[in-house]
Write a protein that binds this ligand. Sequence first.
Ligand code: TTP
Ligand code: MG
Length: 357
Amino acid sequence: MAELRQRTILHVDMDCFYAAVEIRENPSLRGKPVAVGGSSGRGVLTTCNYEAREFGCHSAMPGFKARQLCPHLQIVPVRHDLYRRESQKIRAIFQDYTQLVEPLSLDEAYLDITDLGRGGAAVALEIRDRIRDETGLTASAGIAPNKFLAKVASDWRKPDGQFEVTVGTADAFVAQLPVERIWGVGKRTAEKLHGLGLQSCADLQKLSLVELDTHFGKFGRGLYNLCRGIDSRSVSPNRERKSISSERTFSVNLDSAEQGLERLAPMVEELRIDCSSKHSERMIRERFVKLKFEDFSVTTAQHAARDIDPAGFTELLEEGWQRGEGKSVRLIGAGVRFVPERDVALASGQLEMELVS
Ligand code: TTP
Ligand code: MG
């Protein structure tokens, strides 16, 4: 059976990707602490190099704060087109090894190299050498029998390193992992786990499936498997997200649009962070707000847009609320839809035309 076949999965992730590209373009920056983005009043860093990280700077940190921590920080503007081009070169290298490449963002991808029949570590080394030769950039890699372990492993020897988790070492490797490392465990789930006295995957393994189900519902099964290093997700090259959204169901229905707006604000902020961290390469084409009313009827208000502007979401929520004609609301969702990747070149052409006309 295919599921039982031992797989070799690589997770390759570029080192401080945007910053590394900028430093390559301007070698006078080499050796200095460098950040990309965040120079304007309320801007945040998209990333920074490892020199800047020594000062405590990191992705999504406000630029002013980064400068306080590191007064000599060199902040350069973001150039997405440049990073997209490098990303294409890197993907072309991956494609030389397998068609089973699943990009997660501009700078990282899973590769299923099982059918190559070669040792994963040697292939990872070769791919990283080629990336260095062809782009002048460094990458780190994780090699493992599944996606979850491969992704954690690619962080293990960063920057410019690789780490292999084998079937024989997986149990020990996963046992010591903090629960935050588990795929899908965000801040809130982590807090809940800590509240239950659980810090590591070994701790989590002590809970039965029934207990996990009680505390975490649908996600319980996922946690049960992942904390044991079990992950059967396949590497799927065609995966392309059409949209992202965040949703909340309230324990008590909301009666007014004002209450709705209060709940909407943190959801939009969450969306913004998600978009800039995980989907920065995607172009937004639409915003939407979904409302589920007390009678379980659903409406979605949407409009064309290029960015996540809170004012736009406010408008959409108010529009949707009116459609309810006084009904209370049990769920709010807020999200954006993306331009399909194959249309991105066309869409950016259109955008340029709009800007010059
Ligand atoms: P990451 O791979 O998370 O970070 P990185 O490549 O800069 O550093 P690391 O060596 O730790 O892998 O993200 C890849 C790129 O995505 C990053 O260079 C900039 C962009 N990005 C944002 O724009 N906003 C964010 O909040 C994050 C986390 C990344
Ligand atoms: Mg990276």
